[in-house]
Ligand binder design. Structure first.
Ligand SMILES: Cc1cc2nc3c(=O)[nH]c(=O)nc-3n(C[C@H](O)[C@H](O)[C@H](O)COP(=O)(O)OP(=O)(O)OC[C@H]3O[C@@H](n4cnc5c(N)ncnc54)[C@H](O)[C@@H]3O)c2cc1C
Length: 483
């Protein structure tokens, strides 16, 4: 077994490689670019595109989790409703089929962020979050969706000394009975890694799913309830008419009484929503399946998900065949703010991720990665989804989930349907629904501003978590950069 020793002064993770570069490249050289989750024999065939004009009571644009939940819940609320869902590409090809599969109950991108932006609504939000988490699970059972749902909990580890006290404090907050703190010695009974200095295990409100099986299961459930789904059907324009909204697709027109836009960080059909998100790319590796001996070497006996505590954090978990999914750290914004398939591959980030993997698990040096991919995240400046209405209340939109949309998109779907109902409900009264995040400046200002922020975040991580002037000022204005 190879053991790395820790230099206490240097940050554990940085862009400077600690593993020999030839070894990193060898571990990556057979990795395919298809996301592991989508590289499955049960990937369903693509449904045909819409070729003739049609009408609907509700048209959903976007076939990721948010759109599918919207269509599903709309049919559950009113089975008579004629619901059409159009997807520009293939259901689940984007974030919903390529994410880490961490399903967190939080609707506020974590407690701290919730306290920062929505203090007055916190008790309501935590009740709604718990309800949404339970309803999510119940839906999988109701429609027999095998999304490999595992209620595992989450281990958050400190990989730097300054992070230990914060984890300890978090584990004691509010006399929590679901959180356990592990010090430098006891953490090694949870997992064996030379970089773990402490950890906090949260047993409540965190599950793991197979992202693509979830999206495919939701598609099937929608079809069972009578939702008409058309793939390869991008919406290009919408306009309000007296009694309906007309949506122009590349092949036909749809006249619908109501429209729900679930298009994530793709260019919105509504001008007003375009400056509320930016596309940030997040990258992921999957190893080949670990043997029993390799699993024993790292001591990952329970199947909990793991994240670390730096601002640029990693997330990792096991698949059902015991591969490690290892993602995060770099959050890349490409100049011009475009969404492009070419951005799903970034060799420099894959090498950084592989280096960090071997720093964390030197026991696994020599293992190869079978899949390496990236995906677009719809970052909003509060890291929390925003929702709204347009065209006289006939069009709703929901986006901005910032890397935590597996569970929260189900809630966003309900918000859109409540907004479209025209009634005031508990959800439509939330500050999170009434107020929009601070917009992001357009190009050419966005790119340099984001590069400056990324550098400041790098510095903060290397500097014991101490934020410089830029990050402190941004905090003051309720603005942040994350994935
Ligand atoms: C690498 C990565 C890791 C992540 N890890 C996690 C995680 O572990 N946990 C977590 O909670 N979240 C995670 N996320 C975020 C999560 O995946 C998203 O928040 C969630 O999938 C968003 O769902 P969505 O339906 O809004 O978006 P999408 O899945 O992107 O779906 C939007 C769909 O709309 C379609 N579309 C766009 N414009 C049009 C148009 N004009 N006409 C027709 N169709 C259109 C697109 O083709 C796309 O299929 C991660 C994301 C990425 C990229």
């Amino acid at each position: 077994m190879v053991v790395l020793t820790m230099d206490d002064r240097a940050p554990t993770y940085s862009r400077t490689k600690k593993t020999p570069i030839q070894e990193i490249r060898a571990s990556l050289n057979t990795a395919v670019s298809t996301p592991f989750w989508l590289d499955q024999p049960q990937r369903p065939p693509v449904t045909p595109a819409l070729l003739e004009d049609t009408t609907a009571d509700l048209l959903v644009v976007g076939g990721g989790y948010c759109g599918l939940w919207t269509a599903l819940i709309a049919k559950e609320r009113n089975p008579q409703l004629d619901v059409v869902l159009i997807e520009g590409n293939e259901i689940g090809w984007a974030a919903s089929g390529r994410n880490g599969g961490f399903c967190e109950s939080s609707l506020t991108h974590g407690e701290e962020n919730g306290r920062r932006h929505f203090t007055e609504d916190l008790p309501t939000l935590s009740r709604l979050a718990a309800q949404n988490f339970q309803d999510f699970q119940d839906t999988l059972v109701r429609y027999d969706i095998d999304a490999e749902y595992e209620n595992t909990g989450l281990l958050t580890v400190a990989t730097e000394e300054y992070q230990v006290a914060a984890l300890k404090r978090a584990s004691q907050e509010g006399g929590s009975s679901t959180r356990t703190f592990y010090d430098s010695r006891s953490i090694q009974t949870m997992m064996t890694s030379p970089v773990f200095r402490a950890g906090m295990f949260e047993s409540d409100g965190i599950a793991l799913v197979h992202p693509a099986k979830l999206v495919w299961g939701l598609k099937r459930a929608c079809q069972q309830l009578g939702v008409r789904i058309f793939e390869s059907t991008p919406a290009v324009k919408l306009r309000g008419e007296s009694q309906c909204v007309t949506v122009e697709t590349s092949t036909a027109l749809i006249r619908s009484r109501k429209v729900a836009l679930a298009t994530n960080g793709f260019p919105s059909l509504l001008k007003r929503a375009r400056f509320l998100t930016i596309p940030v790319y997040d990258y992921v590796l999957a190893t080949r399946p670990l043997t029993r001996a390799q699993l024993d070497d790292i001591g990952w006996a329970s199947r909990f998900g793991i994240t670390d505590s730096s601002r640029q954090f990693h997330y990792y978990r096991l698949t059902s065949d015991n591969r490690i999914i290892w993602g995060g750290y770099d959050a890349i914004y490409h100049r011009g703010g475009k969404v492009r398939p070419a951005y799903d591959q970034r060799p420099a980030t894959f090498e950084t991720l592989a280096d960090h993997f071997f720093i964390t698990f030197p026991q696994l040096r020599g293992i190869s990665f079978t899949h390496a991919w990236g995906g677009m995240i719809d970052m909003s400046t509060q890291f929390v989804a925003f929702h709204g209405l347009a065209l006289g209340g006939r069009v709703a939109y929901s986006a901005g989930y910032t890397g935590l949309g597996v569970g929260a998109t189900r809630f966003g779907a309900q918000v859109m349907l409540d907004l479209l109902s025209g009634h005031s409900t508990e959800l439509t009264q939330l500050k999170m629904v009434r107020c929009k995040p601070v917009p992001i400046p357009p190009e050419p200002f966005a790119y340099p501003a984001i590069q400056l922020t990324r550098r400041a975040i790098d510095k903060s991580d290397a500097n014991g978590g101490r934020d410089g002037l830029l990050l402190r000022s941004m905090e003051l204005f309720g603005v942040g950069f994350d994935s």
